[in-house]
Design a protein around this ligand. Structure first.
Ligand code: TRP
Ligand code: ZN
Length: 869
């Protein structure tokens, strides 16, 4: 294995660049011929070697300035031209490569998806199409000419504007596209196929008309409208909140079934996983609707933060991804519910990102060392990256932040920029010193804030003693102090908010934590207050403060900040889980605090005050969320105790759950904030009631009366989780109805994989042969295998090692067919250090089996090496 690491510190500006590239595709699913004619410029007059990235293509010719050129060396990943004889600093290269889209199961480069052909170039897929300076700081103007059989591929699409087209006598046709904006190769895209097309227009704030085109598989037009509306809302919002307007005359989105990730922001031609486009009431849940809207928004927002301003090198990935996630979060917050969105994002960050930072893959949001770039499209770069942007927003305020954005865009438009360019623009625009704040870019790991307090009744002075510490991570032993914005509030015992002041001066609720230990003092406090700490989750840190149950209850009832009310409910649940896990491990009977149950009852009974918050508070953390509380995870114990908690809540709140269930009436299905909220609460009631004596009856009815996928799936899920008698017939009914629809069947596969039954693994293995399953489709694989390994904590970590063996077998197959997907699926296996010795041994055995393969992909190699080190 000759996997070589690249280091951020080794960045060097390119010796050559490409100003223009003309790509000719003679397209055919079996054999495609690509002729790339590029105008090169020598930037460094000393440079005589031109090294181009590219796979070991079968290729016929290389021409330099129109003449056959022979002075080159080829290896498995590059072509190096000896230009010592060349006097000119500008020259033309013509290279012909031959591709086989049908055989390309990696879904990178040029590949076949269903009946169509498409591309995926980020991060380094363009080098699978032709030889190129495949790095984001080489910006070129692209002209693309596509020729293909007209009956099979009536639509031929690429970036930019459609320039000319024509027909050939042999039944083929061609289209030529030109993208006026210079771009890096990773933003190139091509699509060919037969589609249904939904068209619309958008008038920009300066009055230009933009043609909007949404391409979906034939027969799916009735699932396209929501994505189109989402796109228009995104375009409008970016103009209003960020002052950013779309720049081309056309914006196209194509939905494909075979796709490694969510979607891709190729200039003017976004390519989407169909999961994030298609939605109608009978196939998509409320959650799906919101996910479609946010991914559409995310890719659209990349047009400025990603495309107009791109990354200098891949170590800067968070420059575009962290910022664009922040932007799509703000979009969803502005359109739906700010606190609801915040809670959802924090939930994801705390489980998935914190776990990643505690794993062998721990890295800063701007990594220092990379073997396979695909491995760094992570929770850390995306979600923690967005938190870092959000902290700057908190420190600067909306006005200061927008001033910084304007300066950033003014300075960097049309360029390949760095994270430092962004922070520097924010700093100069606001006048706020971000020197210490910059460590967030270079330091990995989850910082811990430990807080204690003291109160002097005589002087009416209250003090918070805050200390910070970031534990060492696998990639970085030494840690420094960070600049942490800590937003707080104080309440008196009856829940009345107190003014924050010090010696008559008002104190900003966002405290600047910068040192190892700091004390913040508040005066004129006349009784010992209850502190609300880390309001709105003002920093991505762990908080240690010894709350009493009474304090938590005060905050649960009275905190003004919705995030805080949800967060203290999480703490109460965590206390119950911990306490009972210990009892379980000591073979004692479990007990649920009556005080907490009575608080939950109050929340449910008064749901009308705020149905959304009530639903969020009453939703018990998942086993995977509870697991993050522990250094060493007990999969069986956590599952057992959580199950006890669900049943206890269900039993003791049964009458009220029933009352709320019957009270909420939603006849016609509408995707509005109000209806989504009420539906979620009603379905939460179903999920609890399933565990009571009325469960089978209610769930069965809920399923048969459902007029939308949200309710259908809620019933199906409740029946499966509570193992109700009606379960098998409901699962069978759903299967016979949707077996021809892969995206809908994914919901069914995911439920099958998370069944609490003892024989769930056998069931999963059997389903790998189900007619609706397809090993080469990443959505199917993630729904079945991914859900099993990531969500079914107990079965995946079965002490006989069967779960690990199963995943390892899948990974060995995927290592060859699709390494990028393999590398995402391997995650639960490399996190063995969080389990007991017996499980660790079994998990490592799986990793060793993979590493003994003759050819391990770079993607898997990088992770296994880190894990076993
Ligand atoms: N840039 C894409 C996004 O955030 C994600 C992406 C990176 C991607 N690499 C990919 C998508 C490979 C599909 C395949 O939005
Ligand atoms: Zn993105």
């Amino acid at each position: 294995m000759q996997a070589k690491a690249k280091y951020r510190k080794d960045y060097k500006a390119p010796d050559f660049t490409v100003s223009n590239i003309f790509l000719d595709f003679q397209l055919n699913s079996k054999k495609t011929i690509v002729t790339a004619t590029s105008q090169y410029k020598r930037l460094n007059p000393e440079a005589i070697k031109l090294r181009l990235d590219g796979h070991s293509f079968q290729f016929s010719t290389i021409k330099l300035n129109g003449k056959d050129f022979k002075h080159f060396k080829q290896d498995s990943e590059s072509l190096t031209l000896d230009l010592s004889q060349l006097k000119e600093n500008q020259f033309e290269l013509e290279i012909v490569t031959i591709l086989h889209p049908e055989k390309n199961t990696s879904l990178q480069g040029l590949y076949q998806s269903g009946e169509g052909i498409c591309t995926q170039c980020e991060a380094e897929g363009f080098r699978q199409i032709t030889y190129m300076l495949d790095r984001p700081d080489v910006l070129a103007r692209y002209t693309t000419r596509i020729t293909a059989e007209k009956s099979k591929y009536p639509y031929l699409l690429s970036n930019g504007n459609r320039i000319t087209s024509g027909e050939l006598p042999d039944g083929r046709h061609w289209v030529e596209w030109n993208d006026p904006f210079p771009k890096p190769s990773y933003l190139f895209a091509l699509v060919a196929g037969d589609f249904d097309l939904l068209k619309d227009t958008f008038i920009t704030k300066s009055g230009r008309e933009v043609a909007l085109e949404l391409y979906v598989d034939r027969g799916n037009l009735d699932r396209a409208a929501w994505a189109m509306q989402s796109l228009k809302r995104s375009m409008k919002w970016d103009e209003e909140r960020f002052g950013l307007e779309y720049d081309l005359d056309i914006y196209m989105i194509v939905a494909v079934d075979f796709f490694n990730m969510g979607a891709m922001e190729n200039k003017g031609l976004n390519i989407f996983n169909s999961k994030f486009v298609l939605a109608n009431p009978s196939t998509a849940t409320d959650e799906d609707y919101l996910a479609v809207e946010s991914v559409i928004a995310h890719e659209y927002f990349h047009n400025w933060t990603g495309n107009r301003i791109t990354c200098r090198d891949w170590f800067q990935l968070s420059l575009k991804e962290g910022l664009t996630v922040f932007r799509d979060q703000e979009f969803t917050s502005d359109l739906w519910s700010r606190s609801g969105k915040r809670i959802e994002d924090v939930r994801l960050l705390r489980t998935a990102q914190f776990a990643e930072d505690a794993s062998p893959m721990s890295h800063p949001i701007r990594p220092e060392k990379v073997i396979e770039m695909n491995n760094f499209y992570t929770m850390t770069v995306y979600e923690k990256g967005a938190e870092v942007i959000r902290m700057m927003h908190t420190l600067l305020g909306e006005e200061g932040f927008q001033k910084g954005m304007r300066l950033y865009v003014e300075e960097q438009d049309g360029k390949a920029a760095t994270c430092e360019d962004f922070v520097s623009a924010m700093e100069r625009a606001s006048g706020i010193d971000l020197t210490q704040f910059r460590h967030w870019y270079s330091q990995s790991g989850t910082p811990e804030l430990t807080i204690s307090d003291s109160y002097d009744e005589q002087k009416a002075v209250y003090s918070l003693h805050v200390s910070q510490m970031t534990p060492p991570t696998s990639d970085q032993m030494e840690k420094v102090n960070l600049h942490i914005p800590l937003k707080i509030a104080l309440y008196d015992k009856s829940g009345i908010p107190l003014t924050l002041e010090n010696e008559g001066k008002e104190v900003n609720p966002v405290l600047d934590v910068k040192q190892t230990e700091q004390t913040f003092t508040f005066t004129n406090i006349h009784s010992k207050p209850v502190p609300a700490l880390l309001c709105d989750f003002s920093a991505p840190v762990k908080l240690n403060y010894e709350y009493s149950t009474a304090q938590l209850v005060t905050l649960l009832r009275h905190a003004e900040n919705h995030f805080v009310r949800w967060d203290v409910a999480q703490m109460l649940y965590s206390m119950e889980l911990r306490r009972n896990l210990t009892r379980h491990q000591q073979s004692k009977t479990l007990e649920f605090s009556a005080e907490i149950l009575s608080e939950l009852y109050q929340v449910l009974d008064h749901y009308q005050q705020d149905p959304e918050l009530a639903t969020l508070i009453l939703t018990l953390p998942k086993v995977t969320e509870f697991a993050e509380l522990f250094k060493t995870i007990d999969p069986e114990g956590i599952t057992f105790v959580r199950d006890f908690m669900v049943r206890t809540i269900a039993e003791s709140l049964k009458q009220t759950l029933l009352k709320v269930y019957n009270e909420i009436r939603l006849d016609e299905y509408r995707v509005t904030a109000e209806d989504i909220t009420l539906r979620a609460l009603r379905n939460l009631c179903v999920s609890y009631l399933a565990y009571t004596t009325v469960g089978n009856n209610i769930v069965n009815k809920h399923y048969s009366y459902a007029n939308n996928m949200t309710d259908t799936l809620a019933a199906l899920s409740a029946a499966t989780k509570a193992q109700l008698p009606c379960r098998d017939s409901l699962l069978a009914d759903f299967e016979s109805k949707w077996q021809h629809d892969g995206l809908v069947m994914d919901k069914w596969f995911a439920l099958q994989a998370t069944r609490p039954d003892e024989d769930v693994l056998l069931n999963v293995m059997k389903l790998m042969d189900h007619p609706s399953f397809n090993f080469n489709n990443p959505n199917r694989l993630r729904a079945l295998v991914g859900s099993f390994a990531n969500q079914n904590l107990k079965a995946f970590h079965a002490i006989d090692g069967s779960g690990y063996r199963f995943l390892t077998d899948v990974l060995i197959r995927l290592n060859e067919s699709n390494p990028q997907v393999a590398s995402r699926l391997i995650e639960p296996l490399i996190r063995f250090s969080r389990y007991d010795g017996q499980r660790q041994t079994l998990m490592k055995r799986g990793l060793e089996r993979i590493s003994e393969l003759e050819k391990v992909s770079r993607d898997l190699y990088e992770k296994i090496e880190k894990a076993l080190q």
